[in-house]
Design a protein around this ligand. Structure first.
Ligand SMILES: Cc1ncc(COP(=O)(O)O)c(C=O)c1O
Length: 417
């Protein structure tokens, strides 16, 4: 008998004896005496979760809440991808894949870079991960030791600082604003890099601002990080969701970067939990070993489904969605400005607008709570993305159709009056 079998048998026997004794079997509950790691205790919740819980409550009471807080596309996964997933399931493709992913998917991702950006990326450098979240964990595990320091933008994607802290490292929050398109700049490296810093992380287009780093600023940032012998992690999860200029990838600039991407946003596959990380060549072996240990492999069915994400048929569906997102953006941007929100940099990507609400409130967290209670519109307060001018900013997500955005803006405009 296996050890697990023995353990199951012992526990069955114990509960049998307690029933014989006519006792109610009770669970051993000593959790409250156990230590919760200080790293776990430091992880902050999303404030928007409180708002979401309240929004759900209001909806259950029959209030039609308008959601401008949701950070995922409202569109379903494109049909060819769903069909490929169903086919994989019916063919029982349900075992682990190799840790870095299905070779054909890694080649398909390399082909995507070739077609879209005319650059060659060795599929060996591409590790398929459980979402961009898995890619971020993998990249940070490759780069960060406890006691190290990582530079992040403030405002920025909130999970990054928690992931860094879970590795026993700390962060330097680099305050960014309109003067640098809310992106990290080479000057920030000169100002904030310290003797413990090992990496800097950016996202372009960014969450929460939707702004992108310009080509020339990216060149100087890469140079500045190289100069201090650091690594640059570029999160391109919103690649494809770009409405102005042409789309780009940092991989065209250097082979020495860590580039994160995902099937979640542009490809509309949030729940399939699939992303990828491109590593510099010297990190391939370590990335494989860490992937084997932290997630064994990304979800197999999702990987087979994702093979259909790069076909012409899927691409046509996705491009029409980009059009739709752009129409929403073109509605929401002037509507918010008209109400008194200041949006100093035109957001060119993702599906977010990060707006300065200081003309309306100096306490965006309380205001978001009040707006939800009074007019049933859910918006994310700046505090979820950092501390720099957080109380005078809010994030609007245009992940709902234009008619719902119109209704939300009508409610907000009347409310402000
Ligand atoms: C900038 C950024 N990176 C990473 C993620 C994680 O995405 P996923 O794990 O679904 O690919 C998100 C999700 O919102 C994000 O906004």
């Amino acid at each position: 008998m296996t050890l697990v079998g023995q353990a199951l048998n012992v526990s069955c026997f114990a509960s049998y004896v307690s029933i014989l004794r006519d006792e109610v079997p009770s669970l051993i509950n000593s959790t409250k005496h156990k230590k919760i790691s200080s790293r776990a205790q430091q992880v902050r919740p999303f404030y928007v979760m409180d708002l979401l819980a309240r929004a759900k409550q209001l909806e259950a009471e029959g209030q039609p809440v308008l959601h401008l807080e949701v950070g995922e596309p409202d569109f379903p996964t494109p049909k060819p991808v769903i069909d490929a997933g169903i086919k994989a399931l019916s063919q029982e493709k349900t075992h682990y894949t190799a840790a870095p992913g299905l070779p054909e998917l890694r080649r398909a991702i390399a082909g995507h870079y070739q077609r879209k950006f005319n650059i060659q990326v060795d599929p060996g450098r591409i590790i398929v991960t459980p979402g961009a979240s898995g890619a971020l964990q993998l990249a940070l595990s490759l780069l960060v030791d406890s006691g190290d320091n990582v530079l992040l933008t403030d405002p920025g994607y909130p999970c990054n600082r928690n992931m860094v802290r879970l590795l026993g490292a700390d962060i330097t929050a680099v305050p960014v604003d309109a003067t640098t398109q809310f992106q990290m700049h080479a000057n920030h490296i000169n100002e904030y890099w310290n003797e413990r810093s090992v990496a800097a992380m950016i996202a372009s287009p960014s969450n929460p601002t939707g702004t992108r780093i310009s080509d020339s600023d990216l060149n100087s940032l890469i140079e500045a990080v190289n100069k201090v012998n650091g690594s640059l992690v570029v999160d391109e999860i919103y690649q494809g969701l770009v409405y102005a200029d042409t789309d780009s990838t940092a991989l065209a600039k250097s082979d020495e970067l860590f580039v994160i991407n995902s099937f979640s946003k542009y490809f509309g596959m949030t729940g399939w939990r699939l992303g990828w990380l491109v590593v510099p060549e010297v990190f391939i072996d370590a990335a494989d070993r860490i992937a084997q240990n932290i997630f064994l492999s990304a979800p197999t069915v999702s990987q087979h489904a994702a093979l259909a994400a790069f076909t012409a048929e899927t691409e046509a569906v996705l491009q029409s969605r980009v059009e739709e997102f752009n129409q929403r953006r073109q509605y929401l941007l002037p509507a918010l400005r008209e109400m008194g929100f200041d949006i100093p940099v035109e957001p060119e990507g993702a599906f977010y607008i990060y707006a300065d609400c200081s003309a309306i409130t100096k306490d965006s967290f309380q205001w978001c709570k009040q707006v939800l209670e009074d007019i049933a519109v859910a918006i994310t307060p700046g505090i979820d993305f950092g501390e720099h001018r957080a109380s005078t900013h809010v994030r609007f997500a245009y992940t709902r159709p234009v008619d719902q955005l119109e209704q939300a803006c009508d409610r907000i405009a009347n409310y402000i009056k």
